[in-house]
Design a binder for this molecule. Structure first.
Ligand SMILES: Nc1nc2c(c(=O)[nH]1)N[C@H]1C(S)=C(S)[C@@H](COP(=O)(O)OP(=O)(O)OC[C@H]3O[C@@H](n4cnc5c(=O)[nH]c(N)nc54)[C@H](O)[C@@H]3O)O[C@H]1N2
Ligand SMILES: Nc1nc2c(c(=O)[nH]1)N[C@H]1C(S)=C(S)[C@@H](COP(=O)(O)OP(=O)(O)OC[C@H]3O[C@@H](n4cnc5c(=O)[nH]c(N)nc54)[C@H](O)[C@@H]3O)O[C@H]1N2
Ligand SMILES: [Mo]
Length: 738
């Protein structure tokens, strides 16, 4: 069963594996198994230091997740009101028969568009919900979400500017830089490539100056940075415009680079120096918006423009906000102005940081089929002609509103049934309380997960899913690598758990689709490795790969985004209409929408921030970064992890004192959308006027509707910005002592 027959003296085996969560890393793990039970999980501490891919504390705590007493072990059906969590055990047969009969009823009564299907949670090649999606497509189709709750702002920005999402460098290239600016990037907490921290520590040790820019004194600022520049949330684009202003006024930009590789710098310059709108984007102008002293902005601009090469790292988080895409587009403009694109030690920005080795699954998975429900519909967004903007879908952060309003509200379908194959949508999309109403309005809900999540509590049928330790799988590191992973099965499945793939195949069988699946797990995985060009390049022997589990690629040099386009532009145009980096985008100009302007801008328009009229009642801006001890809502309630980082709200003493809030006090945090209870952490690590609660803690409302679980999305909104970014970070709240 296990790849490695590494029998130890005490009868213990070590199985090499890795999880497949939606985390920005992939930890090689040494899973100790004795008598069929995992006794211990270690990280990759044995590889030589340069090649080490160290597991963080989450990876080291997986055993307590796999064997968590709350694991779902059997299919269950709801017997109480939605949300109350009352379920009873049923057989797989009964569960699937109920599902099939509801699918048929809903299809006959309302049509296939009434079935919503969405997934998440597992980032593997085979055991995904792809088979389920295919079975549902064969059944006549379903309605899905479009856009990406995670990184749509960044995706929009890179597609607009570069026509490509592979905008990262491999992490060892950080060592080639002379200045690293982490602008909204906090890789010490938020894993962003398992090899990122190691390389950043080496960069620090090598004396490369590191600057952190953000509203919180991040873990990365505390451990790596020489300097922290605090900034008001949502105002980065204004500060970046002022950085551009100083660079232009002092003639520090790389005109030769701009002439050769970009289009539209002059138009951006007209915006920056005020020809376009009569407002010069001076550091003083920006200071009034972003709170960073003008002198500090000017100093940063000079330093960034004159230190070569310099690595500016933006990210997805600050872009998950109203007009978030402008932050990434402005960052791209700065890297172009300083000629740092395509060069060792530089960066391309755009927030995604992906390198191709992390994305070898494009050509993999069960061969799918087009979802018939989507065929022929009009494009609902039309901002750009991108694959991501599919027809007849709900924006991912708008599903609750869509479920409630349906076609009468301008949405493409009237949803009656939802099937959530992983993901914890109720907890993780904006406006959880609206989500509760939306789920209560449906006729039938299926949820498949390892746990009875807040979303699962509203389901009619829940199906138990295997953990990574209970299956063999190929997984991918994202956003960086370069290494390929084979996750080896370590133990027999717990209870009656199945994988998403197995559930998809079972559904197909129940629906009577003959010959739906013709391969075993092992045959599929072998086929993927044999047929995928990325694997063909690096893997000679499947069985060897399986037994080594983590295959480190030997690259001749670090991967640098757009190196080919910069070194040999004639033969390697950018994938944009002009073939160049588009600081000015004609596609955007053609849309003629001031909220998606053709050049990057700080957009002056109403949003839920400190300038909004609502700030009188709710004066605090709320951040909801990713938790260091969870993967979103995954790993909730793992005792070891709760102990290392209890769930708290960060609040500055300047905001806590007038409210009589002391460190450790229980507080309420609220706005018109919801109210939660949480403990306060009074700290100067966050700027005044801003509070921060990590996303992912489980929604757990009491009788009055106060969320005792501290799920931050009871406070966030279910809106999105004109470029498609989910506006989860643009929120006002008030807090009082409980
Ligand atoms: N430990 C851990 N690691 C993870 C994940 C996880 O859940 N846990 N999730 C993974 C996933 S799916 C993703 S998408 C990535 C997420 O990576 P990100 O989306 O980048 O992470 P966030 O934590 O949302 O935001 C990054 C930082 O930006 C800061 N920030 C917030 N608003 C602003 C602003 O307006 N301006 C500036 N300059 N800074 C701001 C926050 O303080 C936060 O620390 O992380 C991945 N890695
Ligand atoms: N306020 C706020 N909200 C956010 C964010 C934010 O920054 N702020 N970040 C957003 C981002 S970037 C993201 S990516 C989303 C993440 O949103 P989701 O993907 O909905 O969140 P997860 O907690 O990762 O949900 C994963 C679920 O899948 C389950 N699971 C794990 N493995 C499997 C499997 O193999 N099969 C099945 N069926 N289930 C499995 C886990 O137990 C867990 O319940 O959250 C978004 N929500
Ligand atoms: Mo994400």
């Amino acid at each position: 069963m296990s790849a490695e027959d590494n029998s130890q003296a005490n009868g213990e085996q070590i199985v090499l594996s890795t999880s497949a969560f939606d985390c920005g890393g992939r930890c090689p793990l040494r899973v100790h198994v004795k008598d069929g039970v995992i006794t211990r999980i270690e990280g990759d501490d044995y590889a030589d230091e340069d090649k080490q891919l160290r597991a963080c504390w989450r990876g080291r705590a997986y055993r307590h997740w796999i064997y968590h007493p709350d694991r779902l072990l059997y299919p269950m059906k709801r017997i109480g009101e939605r949300g109350t969590g009352q379920f009873e055990r049923v057989t797989w047969n009964e569960a699937m028969d109920t599902i099939v009969s509801e699918l048929n009823r809903i299809k006959e009564t309302y049509g296939n568009g009434a079935i919503y299907y969405g997934g998440g949670g597992h980032m593997g090649a085979l055991h995904t919900a792809g088979a389920l999606a295919k079975a549902l497509a064969m059944f006549g189709g379903y309605t899905a979400g479009y856009g990406n709750i995670s990184s749509e702002g960044a995706v929009w920005a890179v597609q607009t500017s570069y026509g490509d999402v592979m905008v990262g460098h491999s992490r060892e290239d950080l060592l080639n830089s002379k200045l690293i600016i982490m602008w909204g990037w906090d890789p010490v907490r938020m894993v962003s490539g398992t090899d990122a921290i190691n390389n950043l520590i080496k960069a620090k040790d090598a004396g490369i100056p590191i600057i952190s820019i953000g509203p919180r004194y991040e873990d990365s600022a505390a451990t790596l940075a020489a300097e922290w520049i605090p900034i008001i949330p949502g105002t980065d684009a204004a500060m970046m415009a002022a950085v551009a202003y100083v660079i232009v006024r002092e003639n520090l930009h790389d005109q030769a680079f701009l002439d050769k590789y970009t289009v539209g710098f002059d138009k951006f310059k007209e915006y920056v120096i005020g020809i376009e709108d009569g407002v010069e984007k001076t550091p003083a102008w920006a200071e009034a918006i972003c709170g960073v002293p003008a002198q500090r902005i000017a100093d940063l601009a000079r330093r960034y423009a004159t230190t070569k090469p310099a690595c500016l790292m933006d990210c997805q988080g600050p872009a998950r906000a109203a007009f978030g895409e402008q932050y990434n587009r402005c960052a791209i403009a700065l890297t172009a102005m300083t000629g740092n694109i395509g060069k060792p030690g530089g960066s391309a920005c755009g927030g995604l940081m992906g390198i191709p080795y992390g994305h070898m699954f494009r050509a993999m998975g069960i061969p799918g089929m087009r979802n018939p429900t989507e065929a022929g519909g009009p494009s609902i967004r039309g901002t750009l002609d991108l694959n991501l903007r599919l027809v007849r879908r709900f924006h991912v952060n708008r599903i609750w509103d869509g479920f409630l309003k349906g076609t009468a509200g301008g949405y493409p379908a009237d949803i009656k049934m939802a099937w959530f194959a992983g993901g914890n949508a109720l907890n993780q999309r904006g406006n959880t309380n609206k989500g509760v109403q939306a789920l209560k309005s449906l006729e039938f809900i299926v949820n498949q997960d390892l746990f009875l999540t807040p979303t699962g509590r509203y389901a009619d049928i829940v199906l138990p899913v295997k953990s990574f330790a209970e299956k063999n799988e190929l997984t991918r590191p994202w956003p960086s690598g370069p290494y390929l992973c084979y996750s080896n099965q370590a133990i027999e499945p717990l209870g009656e758990c199945k994988t998403d793939w197995e559930i998809g195949c079972l559904l197909a069988e129940k629906l009577g689709f003959k010959d739906f699946n013709d391969k075993t797990e092992d045959e599929w995985l072998r086929t993927f490795v044999a047929e995928n060009p990325e694997y063909q390049r690096y893997i000679e022997d499947y069985d060897e790969f399986k037994s080594e589990s983590t295959h480190r690629l030997q690259l001749d040099e670090p991967y640098i985004a757009f190196k080919a386009q910069i070194e040999d532009p004639e033969n390697n145009p950018f994938n944009t209409p002009s073939g160049k980096i588009e600081i000015f985008s004609q596609r955007l100009a053609d849309l003629n929408n001031p909220l998606t302007p053709p050049v990057p801008k700080y957009i002056i328009a109403e949003r839920e921030d400190r300038n909004h009229p609502l700030a009188k009642r709710y004066p605090l801006q709320l951040l909801s970064p990713h938790p260091r001890v969870r993967v979103h809502s995954t790993l909730q309630n793992v005792d070891w992890l709760v102990e290392v980082d209890p769930h708290v709200m960060w609040i500055n003493p300047a905001d806590a004192e007038p409210r009589g809030i002391r460190d450790g006090d229980e507080v309420y945090v609220f706005n018109d959308r919801g109210k939660l209870a949480i403990k306060a952490w009074v700290t100067r690590r966050i700027i005044p006027g801003v509070v921060s609660i990590y996303e992912g803690s489980w929604y757990n409302p009491d009788e009055e509707g106060i969320d005792r679980g501290g799920c931050v999305n009871v406070l966030t909104d279910d809106t999105y910005s004109p470029g498609g970014a989910a506006a989860l970070k643009t929120v006002l709240v008030e807090t009082t002592k409980a």
